[in-house]
Design a protein around this ligand. Structure first.
Ligand code: ATP
Length: 451
């Protein structure tokens, strides 16, 4: 499955459209169509179920995208959230310097070392093929805007580059109002913005994206145990969503790669069309964030352990996942072209029923004869799960269309339905058909779409 095939599939089916298309587009922005938005929603629901409502540990919040500037000062983003930027002196395209090379430097790269490497090794510009580079400087990835009517520095605000800080600054509020004891976690799903130097690979790296993050607060000294616990949960989640084991990899950060505040970080990788790349990161962040906010805000972030009477600033384990990167992995894994027994081919999206945008397609066999009954069935089923109604073209074509967009079940209303109330239920993967009453369809499908 190449990236181009996935791109064409999403465009053709209405999963994803180019952003601002009628005005020539806005580079690297994407709009999620009726199918894409439901798939996204189902991924988020699965995350909430697994990492919030099913665990005894975690709660969910929804904090602002715009935060007080001091948040980004304390977190280090204003100073340090940057990537190395260079420019091709021939064609004037700008590039992220560390993405121009594939080698890793065991001592880590600084800007001078990176620049020397580009020059000494005659690294070519991906756009024009020449090798003339501007010296490297750090480029801050935060999007700036103004709050209020006056456009000056005092009113500068930033769009959040991660959802995590909204959790840290509310740590006291959440702990007090939920009366949680350590260990507990706080999850959040929401948009983040990064002015990436080189976005690309379709929806993999964009400037506006959604994150599903968990900040898990625990007692210092227990963080590696919890890290291992959540890491296992993350891998299980991905496998349960239908990603296969051989397409999942991992990369543990070496000492040189670790951020200064982290004592363990692993990237969970997925085998994208261009190779293994980061899908989900998990970092043990120590007490860096809470301590930094305590220092700058003056708020006391110490936790008093009611059992031992110990006071400490909790340590944090943070799994952080991009919704779009997960969606891309799900599509890459699921889109298949199959040759059937009669030699014909069908395109089918094999995703688990829980993720399918529509669980059931309701199809009247003959439009004029079975339409009313089909509408009645649709209304009944739609109270239980997401359905779609389709009465155009012959039934074989309608099955193919539903296969292509991943609908796991089709329900056909025919002459017998009018007599005995039974319908034909067809399964997407096996293409097998069976006769059931509507009540049995509801029971059967409800069971299958559980996650
Ligand atoms: P990368 O190395 O790919 O730039 P990162 O290590 O900076 O990613 P984190 O800051 O750990 O990423 O962000 C957590 C998660 O958010 C990533 O694992 C990824 O799933 C998602 N993410 C980060 N940046 C982007 C982006 N520009 N577009 C889409 N998803 C992103």
């Amino acid at each position: 499955m190449t990236l181009e095939q996935i791109f064409n599939y999403t465009k053709q089916t209405g999963y994803i459209y180019q952003g601002s298309e009628i005005y020539g587009g806005l580079s690297n922005t994407w709009d999620y169509g009726p199918l894409g938005s439901l798939l996204k929603q189902n991924l988020k629901n699965a995350f909430i179920k697994r990492f919030v409502t099913e665990t005894p540990y975690n709660v969910l919040v929804d904090t602002s995208i715009l935060l007080n500037k001091s948040v980004w000062e304390a977190s280090g983003h204003l100073k340090g959230f940057s990537d190395p930027l260079t420019e091709c002196l021939n064609c004037h395209t700008r590039h992220r310097a560390d993405h121009l090379i594939t080698v890793k430097n065991s001592d880590g790269w600084d800007n001078d070392k990176l620049y020397n490497y580009l020059v000494d090794n005659n690294i070519k510009c991906p756009s024009c093929g020449k090798s003339k580079w501007h010296e490297i400087r750090q480029f801050n990835l935060m999007f700036k805007t103004n709050q209020g009517v006056i456009d000056d520095v005092a009113n500068t605000v930033y769009l959040r580059p991660e959802t995590a800080q909204g959790i840290f600054i509310n740590f006291k509020n959440i702990q007090r109002t939920t009366r949680r004891k350590i260990p507990f976690g706080v999850a959040q799903i929401g948009k983040s913005f990064r002015n990436e130097i080189t976005p690309g690979n379709f929806i993999f790296r964009t400037r506006e994206f959604e994150q599903m993050e968990l900040e898990f607060f625990c007692k210092p000294g227990t963080e590696i145990e919890w890290f291992d616990y959540w890491y296992k949960e993350m891998v299980t989640f991905l496998l349960d969503l239908g990603l296969s084991k051989e397409n999942i990899g991992s990369h543990e950060h070496s000492k040189e790669e670790l951020s200064h505040y982290s004592n363990k970080t692993i990237d969970i990788l997925y085998r994208y069309p261009w190779g293994f790349d980061e899908l989900w990161g998990i970092a043990s962040r120590t007490d860096f964030d809470l301590s930094a906010h305590q220092e700058l805000s003056g708020e006391n972030f110490e936790y008093l352990d009611p059992e031992t009477n110990e006071r400490y600033i909790p340590y944090v384990v943070e799994p952080s996942l991009g919704v779009e990167r997960l969606l891309l992995a799900i599509l890459k894994e699921g889109i298949k072209t199959e040759t059937l027994e009669d030699g014909s081919t069908r395109e089918v999206l094999k995703i688990i029923p829980a993720l399918a945008p529509y669980k059931v397609a309701v199809l009247p066999l003959i439009k004029n004869k079975h339409q009313d009954k089909a509408n009645e069935v649709y209304n009944k089923l739609a109270k239980h799960f997401s359905c779609v109604y389709d009465e155009t073209q012959n039934i074989g074509r309608r099955y193919r269309r539903q296969d292509q967009i991943g609908t796991p079940y089709c329900v056909t209303i025919d002459h017998d339905t009018l007599i005995d109330g039974t319908v034909t239920l067809r399964e997407r993967d096996s293409m097998e058909q069976k006769r059931l009453t509507i009540d049995k369809v509801i029971k059967f499908v409800s069971e299958k779409i559980k996650f």
